[in-house]
Ligand binder design. Structure first.
Ligand SMILES: *Cc1c(COP(=O)(O)O)cnc(C)c1O
Length: 417
């Protein structure tokens, strides 16, 4: 029998959800492989490679592979005409500046003089070093020369920003005196502190807090990474959850004397992918004036989503942000949902915050367990469900699943082979 035409095969793949040109691509591949009867599988392969929604059943709230902090879906307005006053001054009708609009909201919340937003945390630290320490020395503790993940290594970032690294102290212990001698001998532009984020040192260790570093008289920049805005996390209620302890807050870091603080927008801030540089106006302005800022600044969508996120903090409703809402759900509530799902054994689980923050900290949770390895079948569902293995079982942690997805989850699990 002759193989079908590319066109008719492509047309038969409409239910794949792919746009026409990608259906044609699937049809071509199937015919080239002499496998036109399995064309749907080729279409699925292409579909799986597209950006698409998934259900996060891993219990890792800030899942780097699943887009970190989830955003409120109401933000997506695919068919609306939507302009904003991004670079327009509504008061006088002239060209305005995007630089400070959203930054000033963040400043207000954390008590910074000024703040700007760039594309991610890496860009924030890169721009700070390029603007303030190009061709100059930067003092940093050997215990803070970390790799954050995805190959982001502090020494490499320093070098590519044109700064020179002056390492002080040892891996486990760095004292104020180490910084003082380096400051005397190397005329550095600034002192950089980097939060360990995804790793933890225990035992015989010593680091120097910002307050002491300030006594040296050099600008102190602290890359706190995770973007927890306020250590006391008032949106979580009283007392502050124990799993948040030890994570530096932007507000407290500035209060303790840091000249600048840099952090991500999509970790413990709970907003879109972005990086924030906040602190002394003079230094923030120097970053904003640097030509690289033009290359690193985010667009409309990011700034709008960030403004929404910060509004929630300023309006005392940060507990409604998806990140904190998930972190806050009582285990009992998750247990009830697991029972109602009635599609597997109800099990106690431990969720984590993830996103390279708070290593080793866990939050009690509930979910369901299915016997055997079902992770691959779950990934093949129409809306893929990402689960994890615990021993011989596949578990789905309900803390990271939107309650609105429970009924889908129930029928999806029942449909498994
Ligand atoms: C996550 C992190 C970064 C990188 O931020 P991205 O937003 O991923 O670019 C930098 N420094 C620290 C300390 C971090 O935790």
């Amino acid at each position: 029998m002759r193989p079908p035409s590319v066109d008719s095969l492509a047309n038969s793949l409409k239910s794949s959800g792919l746009p026409h040109q990608l259906r044609v691509e699937a049809a071509r591949r199937a015919i080239a492989g002499n496998d036109h009867e399995n064309a749907a599988a080729y279409a699925r392969e292409i579909y799986d490679d597209l950006l698409q929604p998934v259900i996060n059943g891993t219990g890792v709230i800030i899942h780097t592979n699943l887009g970190r902090s989830p955003l409120n879906p109401d933000r997506t307005l695919p068919n609306a005409y939507r302009y904003s006053n991004l670079e327009f001054d509504l008061a006088n009708g002239r060209r305005g500046s995007r630089d400070k609009r959203v930054g000033s909201l963040i400043s207000k919340y954390i008590g910074a003089e000024s703040a700007i937003i760039v594309n991610n945390g890496a860009a924030a630290i890169f721009l700070v070093l390029a603007a303030l320490a190009f061709d100059r020395n930067v003092v940093i503790s050997r215990g803070e020369l970390v790799e954050i993940g995805g190959g982001f290594r502090i020494p490499d970032v320093l070098e590519s920003a044109g700064a020179r690294l002056i390492e002080v102290g040892t891996t486990n212990k760095t004292r104020l005196n180490d910084y003082v001698s380096a400051a005397k001998n190397s005329d550095p532009a600034l002192i950089l502190k980097v939060h360990g984020s995804n790793y933890k040192m225990i035992g015989f260790t010593e680091t120097v807090p910002v307050k002491s570093l300030k006594t040296i008289g050099l600008p102190v920049i602290f890359d706190i990474g995770s973007g927890l805005l306020d250590e006391s996390a008032p949106w979580m209620g009283w007392p502050t959850p124990s799993w948040l302890k030890g994570e530096p807050g932007a507000k407290q870091t500035l209060e303790s004397g840091a000249d600048l603080v840099t952090f991500s927008g999509d970790k413990l801030l709970g907003g879109p992918q972005a990086g924030i540089i906040a602190g002394a106006k003079k230094l923030v302005d120097a970053c904003a004036r640097h030509p690289l800022y033009r290359a690193l600044r985010p667009g409309n969508l990011t700034l709008e989503a960030m403004a929404d996120t910060i509004f929630a903090y300023l309006d005392n409703r940060a507990d409604h942000l998806p990140l904190w809402k998930m972190a806050k759900i009582a285990p009992g509530e998750l247990k009830t949902r697991a029972e109602l799902l009635d599609s597997g054994a109800v099990v106690r689980l431990k969720s984590t915050i993830g996103g390279g923050s708070l290593p080793g900290q866990e939050i009690d949770s509930y979910g369901i367990a299915l016997s055997g390895d079902k992770t691959s079948d779950l990934r093949k569902l129409k809306v893929p469900v990402i689960a994890r293995m615990e021993g011989p079982d596949t578990v789905i942690d309900l803390r990271t699943v939107d309650i609105k997805d429970d009924s889908y989850l129930k029928s999806a699990i029942r449909s498994l082979p």
